[in-house]
Design a protein around this ligand. Structure first.
Ligand SMILES: Cc1cc2nc3c(=O)[nH]c(=O)nc-3n(C[C@H](O)[C@H](O)[C@H](O)COP(=O)(O)O)c2cc1C
Length: 353
């Protein structure tokens, strides 16, 4: 069982010794600079095929939550360098996920305390954690056409900074209701310029970001994540035409020859099959809430090349070794998922311990 899981593969320029990768976390400091504790956390998990870091903002505007890291200042680069050095020393591979949250933000949580920006001025439903407790997310301001172009450049510069910080590549976060996702669907995108309306217009921002990042650091170090039909973190963004939009998007991205496409699967098997056929390169799949054996079947069946885990990896630093020998897994503790110190972060025991 699980033989195909242990077969080496590649994600663009990055050689993977097996196919069990991880994708999560959230524990930087208020100034967005990764710390020694973050380096320890990721290094503990270096035996995963690939570490995809927590979402990291490319600019002040890109931040929404209180303690997410950034990758746009010299201090950020120095902080991330500690993390990438520690992971490489432990024989791991790491890409930094570039996340611009768009309207999922609160001014109390950003360095410049400005009104959030988004494709359109449509207030998200719901509240967000801030230093003074839960608060309503305010109505965002619509980005001007020139500012959309400037935001693409923010992603480009952040990708360069990630490489300067020693990362093996970057993953562009196009999933889970954040800025790139907000451009894809009319509930959050009512623009009348070339970034709104038709399918071509709604995918334009995603394709321009991917093109700029690939141009800057190489397509073979650039991955991108989407979450077709997946309700996780979606709020009141509704995806009304997934069967038209996502194939259109993947067809437009395919010629860029990116390192990988990472899908947070939403349960639509037909759509997944379609996207798999349209995507020529490595496909990474996150099948939320299922066990490893179930996820590994996607590799056996040719649906995915690599699988990712979120909560199992945060709770099991040695997940790969445990799966190899069939050892039981630690349970994740949701109370310590976001924010805080070493508890529920670097203190999950290994099986050997
Ligand atoms: C604490 C925590 C933090 C997460 N942070 C991110 C993130 O920064 N970027 C992202 O794309 N997904 C993030 N995720 C989502 C995971 O990548 C994954 O899609 C989700 O946990 C469901 O899969 P699982 O059953 O493997 O955990 C996070 C999940 C958890 C539990």
């Amino acid at each position: 069982m699980l033989n195909s899981l242990w077969t080496p593969t590649v994600a663009g320029k990055i050689s993977l010794p097996h196919r069990l990768a991880m994708s999560t976390r959230n524990r930087a400091t208020p100034d967005g600079v990764p710390t020694d504790l973050n380096a320890e956390y990721y290094a503990q998990r270096a035996s995963h095929a690939l570490i995809i870091t927590e979402g990291t903002q490319p600019s002040d505007d890109g931040q929404g939550y209180m303690t997410t890291p950034g990758i746009y200042t010299e201090a950020h680069i120095t902080g991330w360098r500690k993390v990438t050095d520690a992971v490489h020393k432990a024989d791991g591979r790491i890409v930094i996920q570039l996340m611009h949250v768009g309207r999922i933000s609160h001014p109390d949580n950003t360095p410049h305390h400005r009104q959030p920006v988004a494709p359109s001025a449509i207030k998200p439903a719901g509240q967000m954690f801030t230093a003074s407790g839960m608060q309503e997310m305010p109505e965002p301001r619509e980005l001007t056409t020139e500012e959309v172009a400037a935001t693409v450049e923010d992603f480009r510069r952040a990708a360069a900074a990630a490489i300067a910080a020693g990362a093996d590549g970057v993953e562009i976060h196009g999933a889970n209701g954040y800025l790139i996702h907000q451009f894809l669907f009319p509930t959050t995108n009512q623009r009348t310029d070339q970034y709104g309306g038709s399918l071509d217009n709604r995918i334009r921002f995603a394709v321009e970001v991917a093109t700029a990042v690939a141009d800057e650091i190489g397509a073979d170090r650039t991955g991108i994540r989407f979450s077709p039909g997946n309700p996780f973190q979606l709020g009141d963004l509704t995806e009304d035409d997934t069967h038209e939009l996502y194939p259109h998007l993947v067809r437009a991205l395919a010629p860029l020859d990116l390192a990988y496409l990472h899908l947070a699967h939403g349960g639509d098997e037909e759509l997944l099959g379609t996207l798999r056929e349209l995507w020529p390169n490595t496909l990474i799949l996150n099948r939320a809430g299922t066990d490893i054996a179930t996820r590994a079947k996607d590799i056996d069946n040719g649906v995915a090349d690599v699988i990712t885990v979120g909560s199992m990896a945060l709770a099991n630093p040695d997940l790969v070794e445990r799966v190899r020998v069939g050892a039981p897994l630690n349970d994740p503790d949701p109370a310590t998922f976001y924010g805080g110190g070493a508890a529920g972060y670097t203190d999950y025991p290994t099986h050997a311990a």
